[in-house]
Ligand binder design. Structure first.
Ligand code: PNS
Length: 158
């Protein structure tokens, strides 16, 4: 079984994330979308809410499952017999940091990292910008899955 993990904060998931998850699912037997919990970062959505949204948007992908993890990504990979990390690259500015993490993770555990070029239609997208634009009433309906858009509107109305 060739297994990969798509790790991230997913606060919330965007269409760019979903594109990478779908493409990873076409390459591997099983893909785990893992919400990595960062205790230092207070998210807009709770981890449970992020998991619920991810489960909904990946429901049509039979070889994708969703999970959360607090700790090192390489420890999650070891415990779940995952040989590869699959991530998207939006721009050269992503590259430096992603390469550094890929090298660190390989040094720590031998896990490989597959950096996939993002669909250029999504290269400007980030969860942080989506939240900022939505906070000030901007239209993000084309940038996130419909379920995320609904949850975002409800959350910001609170
Ligand atoms: O969506 P993000 O916030 O860009 O994702 C970054 C993430 C969560 C993938 C990265 O910070 C991570 O892997 N965190 C888990 C802790 C860890 O393993 N740190 C060492 C990375 S070399």
């Amino acid at each position: 079984m060739r297994r990969a993990v798509c790790p991230g904060s997913y606060d919330p998931a965007t269409n760019g994330h979903l594109d990478i998850i779908e493409r990873a699912a076409a390459l591997f037997d099983e893909v785990v979308v893992a919400v990595l919990i960062n205790p230092k970062k207070q998210g807009l959505f709770t981890v449970e809410e992020r998991l619920e949204m991810l489960r909904e948007v990946t429901a049509g992908l039979p070889n994708v499952r969703v999970d959360s993890w607090r700790g090192l990504l390489v420890d999650y990979c070891r415990q779940h017999d995952i040989a590869a990390v699959a991530k998207g690259l939006r721009s050269v500015s992503d590259f430096d940091y992603e390469l550094q993490m890929a090298q660190m993770n390989r040094e720590l555990s031998g896990v490989e990292t597959l950096l996939m070029s993002n669909n250029p239609a999504y290269s400007f997208l980030s969860s942080s910008l989506v939240k900022e634009v939505a906070t000030y009433g901007g239209d993000v309906s084309e940038m996130v899955p419909a379920v995320v858009h609904e949850r975002l509107k409800a959350k910001l109305a609170q």
